[in-house]
Design a protein around this ligand. Structure first.
Ligand code: NAD
Ligand code: UDP
Length: 324
């Protein structure tokens, strides 16, 4: 009997956007759970540095590919995790058409691949589907307040379309689908210059430049550490929950409070400089995580103090290495 016939089957997971911040952490989590992982990415905002530590792992395969074009995979697949998309406001304003394409054509292609392989499909959606919310905190049954033609509309509407397409494949084709609505997440492997508020403030503070607070800083966000988010996503992938599930940390703070916390943590950090608030910047954001608690027995474990300390440490090392 060939050796492969006696070897236990390892689940195979394909991650679109797998060289990005979240996709690369998801790859680590799936490998730890005994999966083989196929990373598919066109590197538009990701980097192979994020999966460099997996280079010689025989259970990992990297395919450079734009998922907005037709995609295929020769082997069998058990899961398709669709994470490909520019994700920071900075990035999706720089790549508006690519963002709309990967949310629409890319999602259709990834769903088609999952259907062809009879694989479970998990969509990385976002709290941005709630837009500038009129309900606070946000529950999954809130339909949102989105400006389709504003600059953020390219991302918000792409993700709303991708949720609609995912539910259509579930209802019309009986595909096993899951949707995670991810709230602001931070941690190692974010790009220092991706424009998101935590890398922006930490990078500015480490460089001795003023911390750029947009607007008066009274807008709020709720920040989730990456290991908590990835655990929630893994549990969702193993569940039978087809409805969208919010995953995020409900502990909320204003952007000004965030700047002050970071100033305290980085000795000699400079002053705050106020800048114009971007168009349609949501005024509040906090997840209601009752569904995740009930269906996935999940809630965040990492405090902001612990998570931000790890993140600052990562950025300090990265800056030192980049200078060598
Ligand atoms: P990221 O930019 O680090 O990763 C996105 C990855 O997708 C990158 O590696 C990029 O190269 C790849 N990609 C983009 N377009 C592609 C295409 N057409 N074909 C192939 N690959 C493509 O961002 P992230 O923070 O890791 O976000 C991952 C996913 O999670 C995104 O779908 C994003 O919308 C969602 N999300 C993230 C957050 C967060 O706080 N990090 C919040 C809400 C939703
Ligand atoms: N922000 C800021 N300074 C920066 C970057 C962002 O004040 O240098 C603000 C931004 O206006 C928003 C919040 O921080 O209110 C979070 O922005 P981010 O880009 O991280 O993500 P968003 O939640 O807007 O998608």
């Amino acid at each position: 009997m060939p050796e492969s016939a006696t070897r236990p089957h390892k689940p195979v997971s394909l991650i679109t956007g797998g060289t990005g911040f979240l996709g690369s952490h998801l790859a680590d989590r799936l490998l730890a759970a005994g999966h083989r992982v196929v990373v598919m990415d066109n590197l538009i905002t990701g980097s192979v540095d994020n999966i460099e530590h997996l280079r010689n792992n025989p259970d990992v395969e990297f395919i450079e590919q734009d998922v907005s074009k037709y995609i295929d995979y020769a082997g069998s697949l058990d899961y398709v995790f669709h994470f490909a998309s520019p994700a920071s406001p900075f990035d999706y304003l720089e790549f508006p058409i690519q963002t709309l394409k990967v949310g629409s054509l890319g999602t259709h292609n990834a769903l088609g691949l999952a259907r062809a392989k009879n694989a479970t499909f998990l969509l990385a959606s976002t709290s941005e589907v709630y837009g500038d919310p009129l309900v606070h905190p946000q529950r999954e049954d809130y339909w949102g307040n989105v400006n389709p033609i504003g600059p953020r509309g390219v991302y918000d509407e792409a993700k709303r379309f991708s949720e609609a397409m995912t539910m259509a494949y579930h209802r019309a084709h009986g595909l096993d689908t899951k949707i995670v609505r991810i709230f602001n997440t931070y941690g190692p492997r974010m790009r220092l210059k991706d424009g998101r508020v935590i890398p922006a403030f930490v990078g500015e503070a480490l460089a001795g430049r003023p911390l750029t607070v947009f607007g008066d800083g009274s807008q709020s966000r709720s920040f989730c550490y990456v290991s908590d988010l990835i655990e929630g996503i893994y549990r969702l992938s193993q569940s039978d929950c087809h409805e969208p599930v919010n995953i995020g940390n409900p502990s909320e703070m204003t952007v000004l409070q965030l700047a002050e916390k970071i100033q305290k943590l980085i000795p000699g950090a400079p002053m705050i400089e106020f800048r114009t608030l971007p168009v349609d910047d949501p005024k509040v954001r906090r997840p209601d995580i009752s569904r995740a608690r009930e269906k996935l027995s999940w809630e965040p474990q990492v405090s902001f103090e612990e998570g931000i300390a790890n993140t600052i440490k990562y950025f300090k090392e990265k800056i030192t290495l980049d200078k060598i």
